[in-house]
Design a protein around this ligand. Structure first.
Ligand code: BDP
Length: 330
């Protein structure tokens, strides 16, 4: 009997918790409920920024618009999530620009290897005219471009050997995002590209159907890929911004004022996310080092840059024109 009473009390506490803090159970003033898909776990800086974005929207709409963040890929992998965003089954997604570029190829201009002089250059591009125009252009594929997030630079990691030069990459099977540009890039560097959804990478590394992958340090840590692929090299071959997109179909039922509020909140979350990112990048580097991962520093990336040059020549005239504008940003 006593045990039963304890169980009842526990259920009451759990119910009280969910009804008080979980957005799904909130009631009253909420008129618009939107779902946002996120690949990363809740403690990743990018996921934390999604929650901040949702908080801003909730607060600024006086509790009328509620965004529920579905972190940790519970709504699916990025390419399938984007398909659902296109037909309105999911309202919003925070994804890698690489995923959206498979629908809007001109976005490839923003993810060319060794394109930006540094992170600040990328942000001047994203916050300037080029970034604004390219963000808006995702409407061609049924998306509403809402904002950009930081994703650092991507580096190679693998389970076989330290990568110091492209010769070390030769013959290694490297997972890439579902992007033809990324396939071409790995080939240009001498590796064997394997396209795969992010969620498959851990198992593939474990089963040895791939030797490695490439990603920023925070994701290398939170995905636990470091547990299997312990050689990490700071090649910094590409900076791929993150993007938040809404569904054009889904957003058509919102008023213009609601759409504006959401878009402004996304833009206003950028600095928060960049700050979280910078803090976490340091924490992640420390944690990875503590786990015994030897991070290779690469002083001179010029051989890598030379190998990437033909990829620029291969681009369409439109993409070449965007690249020229990006490079011209001071
Ligand atoms: C991470 C991005 C995530 C990508 C993932 C990947 O944040 O959106 O899907 O890389 O490599 O850095 O697929």
């Amino acid at each position: 009997m006593k045990r039963f009473a304890v169980k009842v009390a526990l259920c009451a506490i759990v119910l009280a918790f969910f009804t008080s803090v979980s957005p799904i159970f909130a009631s009253g003033g909420v008129e618009v409920r939107l779902r946002l898909a996120e690949l990363h776990p809740t403690d990743h800086p990018t996921a934390r920024a999604d929650y901040e974005f949702a908080r801003l929207v909730f607060e600024r709409s006086g509790g009328r618009i509620q965004i529920s963040v579905y972190a940790d890929s519970v709504l699916g992998q990025e390419i399938t999530v984007l398909e659902q965003v296109q037909f309105g089954a999911i309202d919003m997604a925070r994804v890698s620009l690489s995923a959206v570029a498979s629908y809007v190829p001109r976005l490839n201009a923003l993810q060319m290897p060794y394109l930006y002089r540094d992170g600040e250059h990328m942000w001047r591009v994203l916050k300037g005219d080029v970034g604004k125009q390219l963000l808006e252009s995702v409407k061609d594929a049924g998306f509403v471009g809402l904002g950009w997030f930081e994703a650092g630079s991507r580096n190679f990691y693998n389970s076989k050997r330290p990568i110091r030069s492209p010769a070390d990459l030769r013959g290694l099977k490297i997972r890439v995002q579902e992007s033809s540009l990324m396939m071409d890039m790995i080939q240009a560097f001498g590796g064997i590209p394997v396209q795969q959804a992010f969620g498959e990478v851990y198992n593939s590394l474990q089963m040895k159907s791939i030797d490695g992958a490439e990603n920023n340090i925070p994701t290398y840590l939170t995905s636990r890929h470091y547990q299997i692929a312990g050689y990490y090299s700071l090649t910094g071959h590409v900076r791929i911004p993150e993007i938040i997109v809404g569904s054009a179909v889904g957003f058509s039922s919102l008023t213009q004022a609601e759409r504006d509020l959401i878009a402004k909140a996304a833009m206003d979350t950028i600095d928060y996310q960049r700050n979280e990112w910078a803090l976490y990048e340091n924490i992640a580097a420390g944690r990875v080092a503590k786990e015994g991962i030897k991070v290779e520093r690469i002083q001179d990336t010029s051989i890598w840059e030379t190998l990437a040059k033909p990829l620029y020549e291969k681009q369409s005239p439109e993409i070449k024109a965007w690249i020229a504008r990006i490079k011209a940003v001071k």
